[in-house]
Design a protein around this ligand. Structure first.
Ligand SMILES: [Mg+2]
Length: 381
């Protein structure tokens, strides 16, 4: 089998309502922008993937990857991944491309990818990942709705200038529903969004003070409390806490960085993302290193349903995976249905808060081709 074509489409899908993600202060996000890549073969099998990115990713694929992939055997994931690693020297990361290879391999084998990789579980516990800042009253209302729908866990953002306001939201939820829901907190302190004034920077003392408050509120984890490369600070923070876990790693790149995070003792829970951090199979190596160090994996996901499905297969194949991130924050424009609008089916959770892995070969993407072609703004390959 040989790769015959790498076809990239930049797709600009609208959100149905305003969406104000807390990590990008001042932004009203109006769209889901992605680069959909379809890798075609002479066997007639086509593998898909999608970047959480725009034109820049499509150009990287066209310039630095396609010329080296076309004519190659798509089952040679390791040599083709080396091309992706080299491409990052010259362009934006394109690790998402590896997903298309495994989509082809799964289709050829007639098996879903998570079963090719050991099938640790066929459903994964999901947490509802929210993104907006809301009043305590509104969030309590949201949580009642989530519990009715089956969610057993929620992640909230801490981004107010006065952290007491953030803590007030958690206090209100605990008061209203007790321990009926697990709570995770994301501080997004690993970096700031380019070009935006972003949020207040915490520093070590604030991170520790917040974590100690959250311990009292029985919060499961605190995510990205400090800058991405503050290995010493993260390790020191983690050492001072025993009632709350420290999580992070969504924007770290390469297995070498994850090895450092593990060796330096930065996190209890690593959160690599199959679109952003490394190739999806390379992340299985990260998961194995984490397993040996008795750490958990909880893949990060944001942006689009294709990425969520890929991360779901990664989660389901990983024995030390505890939670799947499930982006959904109604009534804003970013919900499960807008997130998955490039697919024919919206991925959903069941009454126990679990997400079942589709049993279709490969990753089980069923593209909504009509919608995709309507919103395609550029094409390459
Ligand atoms: Mg995060």
């Amino acid at each position: 089998m040989r790769i015959t074509r790498v076809h990239s489409r930049v797709v600009d899908l609208p959100l149905p309502a305003p969406f104000h993600p807390a990590w990008a202060r001042g932004r009203n996000q109006t769209n889901v922008l992605l680069v959909l890549v379809s890798v075609e073969t002479d066997a007639g099998l086509i593998g898909h993937s999608a970047a959480h990115a725009g034109l820049e990713a499509a150009i990287t694929v066209e310039r630095f990857i396609s010329p080296y992939w076309i004519g190659q055997d798509p089952t040679g994931v390791e040599p083709l991944s080396a091309v992706l690693r080299d491409a990052e020297i010259l362009g934006p990361p394109a690790y998402f491309m590896e997903i298309a290879l495994w989509d082809i391999i799964g289709k050829q084998a007639g098996l879903p990818v998570y079963k090719l990789w050991g099938g640790a579980q066929n459903q994964v516990a999901a947490y509802c990942a929210t993104a907006e800042l809301r009043s305590p009253e509104q969030r309590v209302e949201d949580i009642h709705l989530m519990l009715d729908q089956g969610y057993r866990a929620v992640k909230l953002r801490f981004h107010h200038d006065d952290v007491r306001r953030d803590l007030g939201v958690v206090e209100a939820i605990r008061k209203a529903v007790g321990n009926r829901i697990e709570i995770m907190i994301d501080a997004n302190q690993a970096g700031i969004e380019p070009g935006l004034t972003a949020h207040r920077i915490w520093g070590f003392q604030r991170a520790l003070a917040v974590a100690r408050e959250l311990e009292q509120l029985d919060v499961l984890w605190l995510e990205e409390p400090l800058p991405r490369y503050d290995y010493a600070g993260l390790a020191r923070l983690r050492e001072k806490l025993d009632g709350i876990k420290i999580a992070g790693g969504e924007d770290n790149h390469g297995i070498h960085e994850f090895k450092l995070l593990i060796d330096r003792g930065c996190f209890d829970i690593l959160q690599p993302d199959a679109l952003l951090s490394e190739g999806i199979f390379q992340l299985r190596k990260v998961a194995a290193m984490a397993e040996a160090a008795h750490l958990e994996i909880a893949p990060h996901t944001w942006g689009n349903g294709i990425g969520l499905l890929a991360n779901l297969h990664l989660a389901a194949s990983t024995p030390n995976c505890t939670w799947l991130e499930f982006p959904h924050d109604p009534p804003s424009g970013f919900t499960a249905s807008s997130r998955d609008q490039m697919l024919r089916e919206t991925l959903s959770i069941d009454a126990q808060g679990l997400v079942a892995v589709p049993d279709r070969p490969g990753f089980g993407f069923i593209l909504d081709e009509d919608r995709i072609s309507h919103y395609t703004v550029a094409e390459f390959g």
